[in-house]
Ligand binder design. Structure first.
Ligand SMILES: *[C@@H]1O[C@H](CO)[C@@H](O)[C@H](O)[C@H]1NC(C)=O
Ligand SMILES: *[C@@H]1O[C@H](CO)[C@@H](O)[C@H](O)[C@H]1NC(C)=O
Ligand SMILES: [Zn+2]
Length: 270
């Protein structure tokens, strides 16, 4: 009996060690069951930006074949922190909040949830998201840390800047966004959401002027990602987000490369 226990213990323990040794992330993400989806708009002359943000300026400095016939290119860019697909660090709206360079990696490589509210929005540039629109999500288990992107269905307008920003003759903006109610709800009852993304130019409605959602998220230490490129299908659950901004030490925001690693067979639950 004692021997049997020893043998069983040995099998168990060695089994645990073997399975630990095999748990290699490369074996999982490169086995053909996953795909990489780019959720980032390119930085070029079409990049969308809001007022007070410097648009992306690309200067070709050196572009030439050298005497030995080999090519050499080395250029420069200038861009506001909050242009195109970008992150807002809490410091954007909170003096003591984290700067971009302070946001730890375990908040930037994290499970992704896409909340598709496009059918409620219905292309309405004055749509504001309230709690009652999210009833379908109330039973989801969001106990785990996650990054949630609200999909307003706005990426299809990105190529037409005036339509995307809803620029009116009186130079105001009109695009959908989050109500203060939803922002407060997220930061109080859904504490494990570490960041909020939107497929519009701002988490706050375009016509708003109080930046209530920005301030609420900044005060609660959440980061924001704006101008998410959602013009292709992305599973609502089961993807991992890579939210990788330029590591600007004192940045209130930064240009971002946003990627989702998604299972090809789509899970239906978080
Ligand atoms: C929303 O806009 C798109 C692009 O203009 C259009 O194809 C679609 O039919 C519109 N949807 C509704 C519900 O109006
Ligand atoms: C600007 O125009 C839009 C739509 O044309 C209107 O809803 C809004 O009230 C106007 N804003 C101001 C400040 O006049
Ligand atoms: Zn912002």
């Amino acid at each position: 009996m004692a021997n049997l226990v020893v043998v069983l213990t040995y099998i168990l323990v060695s089994g645990i060690f073997i399975s630990k040794a095999l748990a290699n992330l490369n074996d999982i993400i490169f086995n053909g069951d996953y795909e990489f989806i780019d959720l980032t708009y390119p930085f070029d002359e079409h990049t969308v930006y809001l007022p007070n943000t410097k648009n992306f300026e690309f200067t070709k400095k050196i572009e030439r074949f050298q005497n030995d016939g080999t090519w050499y290119s080395s250029n420069e860019f200038v861009v506001g922190e909050q242009a195109g697909t970008h992150i807002d660090a809490p410091y954007h709206f909170k003096a003591t909040g984290q700067c971009v360079g302070d946001i730890p990696l375990d908040k930037l490589i994290i499970p992704l949830i896409i909340a598709d509210i496009g059918s409620s929005v219905n292309n309405d540039s004055n749509f504001v998201l309230y709690k009652h629109h999210l009833d379908f999500m109330l039973n989801d288990n969001m106990g785990k840390p996650c990054f949630i992107i609200f999909k307003f269905g706005w990426s299809k307008f990105y190529k037409d800047k005036n339509k995307y920003l809803g620029i009116t003759k009186n130079n105001t903006f009109n695009f959908p966004g989050l109500s203060g109610e939803v922002a407060e709800w997220i930061t109080s009852s859904y504490k494990n959401i570490v960041g909020i993304g939107v497929d519009t130019a701002s988490v706050d409605p375009g016509s708003g002027t109080d930046f209530f959602a920005h301030k609420t998220f900044a005060n609660a230490g959440l980061f924001i990602v704006e101008n998410v490129k959602l013009d292709q299908p992305v599973p609502e659950y089961g993807c991992t987000a890579l939210i990788l901004p330029m590591k600007i030490s004192s940045g209130s925001g930064a240009p971002l490369r946003l990627v989702a690693i998604c299972p090809k067979q789509i899970p239906t639950h978080f």
